[in-house]
Design a protein around this ligand. Sequence first.
Ligand SMILES: Cc1cc2nc3c(=O)[nH]c(=O)nc-3n(C[C@H](O)[C@H](O)[C@H](O)COP(=O)(O)OP(=O)(O)OC[C@H]3O[C@@H](n4cnc5c(N)ncnc54)[C@H](O)[C@@H]3O)c2cc1C
Ligand code: SF4
Ligand code: SF4
Length: 662
Amino acid sequence: MSTMTQTPQDTKITYRRYNDGDSKFKRSQERLFKASWTYKCPTYIQQTPPCQGSCPAGEDIRSWLNITRGIEKPPVGADGKPTMSWQEYAWRRLTDCNPFPAIMGRVCPAPCQTGCNRNVVEGYVGINSVEQFLGNHAIEKGFAFEKPAVETGKKIAVIGGGVAGVSVAYQLRKKGHHITIFEAYKKLGGMLTFGLPAYRTPRDIVDAEIKRVIDMGGIEVRCNTFVGKDVTMEQLRKDFDAVFIGIGAQAGNKLDIPGADAPNVTDGVTFLRAFNEHKIDCAGKHIIVIGGGDTAMDCAAVARRLGAECDASTKPENQTKVIVAVREGSSHIAKPLLRQSSEVVIAYRRHVQEMPATKHEIDACLDEGVEFQPCVAPVSVIKDASGKATALRVIKVDWVNKKMMPQEGTEYDIPADLIVCAVGQHIDWLGMDGFKNPKNVASIDKNLQATGQPGLFVGGDAINPNLLTTAIGHARIAAEGIDDYVMGREVEKRPKVDKKLFDLIENLEKFGAKFEEVPEGYTRASCDNKNLVHNFDDRADRAVIEAKDLFLGHFANTPRVERAGHAINADNVLGNMEERLIALTDAQAQAEAKRCMSCGMCFECDNCVIYCPQGAVSRVAKKDQRTGRYVQTDYTKCIGCDICMDVCPTGYIQMGLGGEGN
Ligand SMILES: Cc1cc2nc3c(=O)[nH]c(=O)nc-3n(C[C@H](O)[C@H](O)[C@H](O)COP(=O)(O)OP(=O)(O)OC[C@H]3O[C@@H](n4cnc5c(N)ncnc54)[C@H](O)[C@@H]3O)c2cc1C
Ligand code: SF4
Ligand code: SF4
């Protein structure tokens, strides 16, 4: 006999499937009937997926991925054939929100992917690469935007033809308004034209996506027109029904240390603009870029591509013939030049992991031979007798409780032929001073209407320098506010989840479903009227579905289909203006889209139909099936066992009140 005393842990029941002596088999149905009978029954709950929740543009990502993978099919014409290809249908769903997929698929840092629920399985869905694929396909096939169905006769002035301005013009044109874009530069595009280098945003792609918007008609473009100088804001307020300000943040922040007035010290925006306008064709032997954002990475990568001129001391093996577009007289010509590599240093006050730049831009710089010197702060610019900068003096720093602590006695000099300060941009309010607040940005309300200025809306970097996708999101919200304003409606309150949400009812109606008024005494959630969506509730405007609400066991580990890239490295970067990313093929895009778990929306897996022990769940008649209306429950058979909810991979089924009598 054991002499050991029992501890509470020994006596505590942990988990036992059977009791001692259990030997008789009970049919599952029998057990369930007795164990889990409840008045609860399945309801179909649409929620916003976190990819969309994290996309500042607000794209209906789940929808266009579901179209790409073949779950949602394009509409069928009278001849029974699809009216368009799946690529076009997906592209149309995507561009409902974002008219620039080919651009965003290349340069968006893709916060949607960071938010994607698939990260808890084996890694995010490559949303950005499918976006690029759809954007490229649309350009290749020459897809056009539809013209508006009505003309309202309302006139809107858009100041600034960057991504914010062109996006707002697109959204407003769809609503039938007439737009005039006033752009200070000779061309539309903003930073896409004179900020980001062409190997990241190829100019033919930028031009094609902008042209497609202008080709909608009813959008007048006045380039070389600076509002505040060539035309006043007062005039625009008089001549137009509403005004949108999308002037961006054009001015680079200057370096504020002794010696920074040297002629070979500049800011990042000025350096990149000069490069994009072909005003410089070489960078110099020693380049220092100060900063850790996207602009800093672009400056460093451009400097590595431009290189330095060869002098008599350059050994032939170090010389490379590169083709650079140089300015001769008034035109640009491509000219072969002898070059040697530049030594490019990025000096940043924090650690590399803390740099705000997109990870793949940082990695690209490292691959291309840029040297990173982290945790240093600039102290002064060292000049020669002629006043030219020859070095940047920096000091090593520590970070204590988020405070930067310079380490005394650790100063050292980094040699420099050119110093580029890329530490952010600010807004140039020249001629529009009345609209800025003490923080030098526009004060706005939730609808992006300038505070106390009815009819004046703001978006993009003019609110706060950020991302292209943010500017596109602002444009959608501002356009809705402008539309309400000019049409004499109360400017609508924005929902909690302010995205371009999938509208199931609207989508069903587009495909011929006719929804009558809900009969008195019935709600949309409990009715046997075939015209209503069966037990459906749309919570997308207030709920983002989390990974814990999905049945993750349904999803087998599937590696991401990665985009291939042109291998650009330290040895071949000089003079290399090739794009880094190669778009997915049709088959690759579909394979990647299949990894999407369709969070918060049915993706027609049939699990609920298969596993319901009562046979209470069945498919809707094929002719009535559309996204979100694929299955139905017979509530006279349902016993509320929860199984359909448990096996629903997407979290679309939740148990709600129901049962007998509905
Ligand atoms: C070097 C660099 C790299 C970047 N890289 C990325 C990236 O990889 N991914 C990303 O998402 N974002 C990136 N960004 C940020 C992105 O470019 C901006 O967030 C975006 O361009 C903002 O769009 P916008 O339309 O508000 O402004 P802008 O693109 O700056 O356009 C504003 C337009 O208004 C015009 N304008 C200004 N004042 C007037 C006036 N008074 N009258 C008439 N016209 C006027 C300008 O000429 C310009 O065309 C980068 C920014 C820089 C500078
Ligand atoms: S715009 Fe950016 S955040 Fe939005 S879907 Fe595209 S890659 Fe994702
Ligand atoms: S799995 Fe699909 S729906 Fe879910 S967050 Fe990722 S991309 Fe969006």
